[in-house]
Design a protein around this ligand. Structure first.
Ligand SMILES: O=C(O)[C@H](O)[C@@H](O)[C@@H](O)C(=O)NO
Ligand SMILES: [Mg+2]
Length: 382
């Protein structure tokens, strides 16, 4: 059970996802990008894996922090190992980030599952083996026939309903789109989607992230007339007071925080302050499955739902082991991309969805990634 090695395999994978100057994903030509697989190995030859951008698990971080905490330790001591890494963040000169903690924690959970030949959600204590997915649409764009107009959103929403989705979340237009942000255009897109899918499909919005309180209020009041389930990250989440103000002025549930730092500790403050109606967590956002579960249980103790940010096996493990969340975020989706094609370095989808809109949690050992080890070896660059 003793960890004897921590290593990283960097390889090339092909994608059509491109990030804009604000980091939002959009479709584009096929291109190759570097991806990293973190490998944690024990004395008896068992290995656990997680995937991250190469810079998240770069040699400096692995050698200066991760190896020093993990090597020689019992891999089952995830809580202590996570706490030790989290405590080192303060003195790391901002080099040890929550993303790195997440990569390590996920690989440790994967190692536990693979060692015991059990899926992680069963180790945590599963609540379900399938969960409804909402289709999380990419941020709007200026691509002809893409997501350039409210009508584009409406047409795409109809296709998502035909695929089986019972919930749809719009990321509306944001800079660098030339004319964004624009609350009235956001509301036109939301109205077009509601018109296209009818009253029974659950709708949510995730908008701009830097609207003012007044703009967010106008947006929220418009969404109330359209019967949306929640409004998400319309303002800068560094201002918890703004969300407390917005929540007190809207009937539509306010959900968050997604991108705010501070892990489960800061999310406890959002709950205590009444800043949101629905809490949010995400494995990458709070530093792993371990703190994501802490956030989920925190929300439950306050009678709140907690919705999990992001797709992928790691987030699905959290969703599958909690009663107080209603959805799995499946995406990001775009008319020009085929999400169900998956990734070339995995031999199966981590989140297969049936025609009724349910994602079935894989019962593969670990976090459930079907890793194509041969592809990774054949495409290694480091
Ligand atoms: O900002 C973005 O690119 C998207 O909002 C992205 O983070 C998406 O995953 C999200 O926020 N989901 O809720
Ligand atoms: Mg979001």
């Amino acid at each position: 059970m003793i960890i004897t090695d921590v290593s990283v395999k960097t390889f090339l994978t092909t994608t059509r996802r491109h990030a804009d100057s604000a980091g939002h994903a959009h479709p584009g030509p096929e291109h190759k990008v570097k991806q990293a697989m973190l490998v944690i190995r024990t004395e008896d030859g068992h290995e656990g894996y997680s995937f991250a951008a190469p810079e998240i698990v770069r040699p400096h971080v692995i050698d200066k922090f991760v190896k020093k905490v993990l090597i020689g330790q019992d891999h089952r001591d995830r809580e202590r190992l996570w706490q030790d890494l989290a405590h080192w963040q303060r003195g790391s000169a901002a080099q040890l980030t929550d993303r790195t903690l997440a990569a390590v924690d996920v690989a440790l959970w994967d190692l536990a599952g693979r060692t015991l030949n059990q899926p992680v959600h069963k180790l945590i204590g599963a609540y379900r083996d399938k969960v409804r997915a909402y289709g999380s649409i990419m941020c709007g764009d200026e691509i002809e026939g893409g997501l350039a107009t409210p009508e584009d959103y409406g047409r795409f929403a109809q296709k998502l309903v035909a695929r089986g989705y019972k919930g749809i979340k719009l990321h509306t237009w944001m800079p660098p789109v030339s004319w964004a942000p624009d609350v009235k255009m956001d509301l036109k897109a939301c109205a077009a989607v509601r018109e296209a899918v009818g009253p029974d499909i659950h709708l949510m919005i995730d908008a701009f992230h830097w609207y003012s309180r007044v703009d967010s209020l106008e947006l929220g009041r418009g969404l109330e007339k359209l019967g949306f389930d929640w409004i998400e990250e319309s303002m800068d989440e560094q201002s918890m007071s703004s969300y407390k103000w917005l929540s007190s002025n809207l009937d539509i549930p306010v959900l968050g925080p997604e991108s705010a730092s501070g892990k489960h500790w800061h999310r406890a403050e959002w709950v205590a302050s009444g800043a949101v109606d629905i809490l949010r967590t995400g494995v990458n956002d709070v530093g792993g499955i371990t703190p994501a579960l802490k956030t989920m249980r925190l929300a439950e103790a306050f009678g709140m739902d907690c919705e999990v940010h992001g797709n992928g096996s790691m987030n699905l493990m959290v969703v599958a082991s909690a009663k107080n969340c209603r959805w799995y975020e499946r995406g990001l989706l775009h008319p020009f991309l085929e999400y169900d094609e998956g990734f070339d370095y995995l031999t199966a989808l981590s989140d297969p969805m049936d025609e009724d809109g349910y994602v079935h949690v894989p019962d593969r050992p670990g976090i459930g990634e079907a890793i194509n080890f041969e592809f990774i070896e054949n495409n290694r660059v480091a």
